[in-house]
Design a protein around this ligand. Structure first.
Ligand code: ZN
Length: 148
């Protein structure tokens, strides 16, 4: 990845961590899931309003490092209006970006920001945490998820 892209992605992450989108409790949520990353101390709760298989609305709350907060914020924007199957395929894509750092800008789109985290192995779990939580929420699981 070029340095220009790295700068851009760092800015996107900073922006989302400073002013997270959809950072609130969702009234009327019919699914919630909690995630915890003991390595860093990140906590996230995802609230979903599902209509059948479609995510009608989503929000999150929690505390943690800039990466986990930014990741949750980007996630909530990315999965709104998507189906359960689409969320699963996005999870796989993000997981791949975080573990390999390789991406195709056309198919990754906004999620490409996560490829930059690949260079910081200690932060990979921070970034994937909200994705584990949303996956658990769309699947209707009630136990908290942990990255360990
Ligand atoms: Zn963290």
């Amino acid at each position: 990845m070029s340095d220009d892209l790295n700068v851009l992605y760092r800015e996107v992450i900073l922006d989302h961590s400073k002013s997270p989108r959809n950072f609130r409790k969702l009234e009327g949520a019919n699914r919630t899931a909690q995630g915890y990353n003991p390595l860093c101390g990140d906590n996230v709760t995802i609230f979903l309003l599902m209509d059948g298989d479609i995510i009608k609305d989503i929000s999150f709350q929690g505390s943690g490092c800039a990466i986990s907060k930014a990741s949750a914020s980007i996630l909530t924007d990315a999965v709104k209006g998507k189906t359960k199957a689409e969320v699963k395929s996005m999870f796989d894509k993000v997981h791949d970006l975080l573990t390999t750092g390789n991406f195709d800008i056309d198919s990754a789109g906004k999620l490409a920001v996560f490829a930059g985290v690949h260079k910081f192995p200690a932060r990979v779990k921070c970034a994937i945490l909200p994705w584990y939580a949303v996956l658990s929420a769309v699947e209707g699981k009630s136990e908290p998820v942990s990255t360990e």
